[in-house]
Design a protein around this ligand. Structure first.
Ligand SMILES: Cc1cc2nc3c(=O)[nH]c(=O)nc-3n(C[C@H](O)[C@H](O)[C@H](O)COP(=O)(O)OP(=O)(O)OC[C@H]3O[C@@H](n4cnc5c(N)ncnc54)[C@H](O)[C@@H]3O)c2cc1C
Length: 514
């Protein structure tokens, strides 16, 4: 075990693994700590979006994703009589170069993440050890580690510590951070099943808004199905969370022990809350440690991976420019409002579903009737952008840019695979010459020039259409795929890059150390 690293990451769930990999690819040394002796075997998340897919691509999993997941293109909600209330359509080709909705099995994804972590030279993964104390001073931060079986504690020093240690986070408790809690919670029984024979479910992803038993029936990734059953008033999870009860719930769906294997059944209570502060000096929170959401938008892990990708490039910048470490303040100002907005969306969806009262359900159905044109559909609610951080003030700043297929020389594929990840200055045509010093500075922060129509070919024409639709000639894309700013004409490109340099160099205040 190293005694000093750049970053200690506490908790090897998907968020801790992704953050470690994103730091590792930037050459940073990381100790990833996990209190369990090995990977957590039980499925939880079943959906990720195209932005998450692009983050996983940046973690090196791009080639694995097609086998690990299957696209979902519809998600239908019906009332107790089977009448459609909502039908979401999700494009098979999302804006980030991946299907906009992907169904998967979380342990399979985590296994691939662990493979990547183990293969990375500058990452150390320590199983079976829990973080039990943390602290910081002017020189850095430290974590005290204890073997799960007990024994001597050891201290590891680092520049930064990130608690990715889940909903019951030790790091959050030690920091004494409180929650903003929406007070919206329900108990559900989750049942994961592997069917012995392939079967077509129509619709493939269904929300049954039946007050007699609100139920979720969705893909659980290739070869698997997920059912979730709401615990009704007067019931307890203890009685519901029994194997016999789980099989009885599955019976109406023609799923029995002779045609399926139950992978697991588990009761859980979802919450709608977020930590009011996501960092204190050099110690940060990410993933479920920082926020927990109702599952109806399939966004808990996705939000956590957004934390990882936002924090990774900022930690990397702060490590390389300690005098400009105030950039880390923008982690809270950018991420908290966005995560809160996503939780609000999921809560609103949950308020439609979690209705166990027949009269209330009838009133809901009447209110929702206008949303169901026969055979029609509703676009899935868009995820909010970010604001309040490293951005310009143009209309598109903080929205996600796009990723499309390009060719550079003999290499063809998604943009990040062809030109690499990091800051992208994407221009339609040859970019105007930046003055030598500015170009060198841009490259020093990992900036890459993407001159479309010259050395980089826009194979699907998607970038060209995007530029035309938004009447711009260049986009400066951040390493987490958010638009830093746009240039309406070639003349504005130098100003855009210079603006970024000025803004990053202005982050002069050191983090507060308590
Ligand atoms: C039923 C269900 C359905 C869901 N569906 C979706 C979905 O469809 N889409 C989606 O995006 N999300 C979904 N989620 C949420 C998703 O599973 C979580 O958001 C995600 O697992 C959080 O990842 P994490 O890495 O932040 O935390 P975790 O996965 O909880 O990992 C935290 C890790 O930290 C370790 N740890 C804790 N304390 C310590 C310590 N002191 N020292 C060392 N290690 C420690 C833990 O052992 C654990 O391994 C769902 C969740 C549930 C329960």
């Amino acid at each position: 075990m190293p005694d000093r690293v750049d970053v200690v990451v506490v908790g090897a769930g998907p968020v801790g693994c992704a953050l470690s990999l994103l730091l590792g690819t930037r050459g940073r040394s990381v100790l990833l700590l996990e209190r369990h002796p090995g990977p957590y075997p039980l499925p939880r998340a079943v959906h990720f979006d195209d932005e998450t897919a692009r983050i996983l691509q940046a973690c090196g999993l791009g080639k694995d994703l097609p086998a690990l997941s299957e696209p979902a293109t519809t998600y239908e909600w019906r009332n107790g009589e089977g009448v459609p209330l909502l039908r979401f359509e999700m494009p098979a080709q999302g804006r980030q170069g991946w299907p906009s909705a992907n169904m998967f099995n979380q342990p399979d994804l985590e296994a691939r993440l662990f493979d990547r972590v183990k293969a990375a030279e500058n990452l150390s993964l320590l199983w079976d050890h829990a973080a039990v104390d943390i602290g910081q001073d002017g020189d850095g931060a430290w974590v005290e580690i204890e073997p799960a079986e007990g024994g001597a504690r050891q201290r590891v020093n680092a520049e930064y510590v990130v608690g990715c240690d889940g909903a019951n986070s030790t790091v959050r408790d030690l920091l004494g951070v409180s929650f903003e809690d929406r007070g919206f919670f329900f108990d559900w029984l989750v049942v994961d099943v592997a069917l012995h024979q392939p079967r077509v479910f129509d619709p493939p992803n269904l929300q049954v808004c039946d007050p007699r038993r609100p139920t979720t029936v969705v893909s659980g990734g290739p070869g698997r199905r997920r059912w979730e059953f709401m615990c009704l008033p007067g019931e307890t999870l203890e009685t519901l969370d029994e194997e016999a009860a789980a099989w009885a719930f599955l019976e109406p769906w023609d799923v029995r022990s002779d045609n399926a294997t139950m992978v697991r059944h588990a009761g859980y209570r979802f919450r709608a809350r977020w930590a009011t502060r996501w960092h204190e000096g050099r110690i940060f929170l990410a993933g479920d440690a920082a926020h927990q959401t109702p599952p109806f938008a399939g966004q808990g892990m996705c939000a956590g991976l957004r934390d990882a990708t936002n924090l990774a490039w900022k930690l990397d910048y702060a490590l390389g420019h300690p005098q400009a470490a105030a950039i880390l303040e923008t982690y809270d100002s950018e991420r908290i409002p966005q995560a809160a907005a996503v939780i609000e969306i999921a809560t609103e969806l949950g308020r439609v579903i979690c209705i166990p009262d027949a009269d209330e359900a009838r009133a809901r159905d009447e209110q929702m009737a206008p949303f169901v044109p026969p055979g029609g559909s509703t676009p899935a609610p868009p995820m909010p952008g970010i604001s309040g951080g490293i951005l310009t003030e143009t209309a598109l700043s903080g929205e996600l840019f796009i990723q499309a297929t390009v060719r550079a020389g003999a290499v063809e594929g998604r943009l990040d695979d062809v030109v690499g990840t990091g800051w992208h200055l994407v221009t339609s045509g040859q970019p105007p010459e930046l003055d030598g010093e500015l170009a060198t500075w841009f490259e020093s922060i990992g900036g890459r020039f993407v001159p479309l129509g010259t050395t980089v070919e826009d194979l699907e024409g998607r970038y060209g259409r995007w530029f035309a639709d938004h009447a711009v000639t260049a986009v400066l894309e951040r390493p987490d795929f958010a638009i830093y700013g746009t240039a309406p004409t070639d003349r504005d490109v130098t100003t855009l890059v210079a603006q970024l340099r000025d803004q990053l160099e202005a982050q002069q205040v050191s983090p507060v150390v308590s």
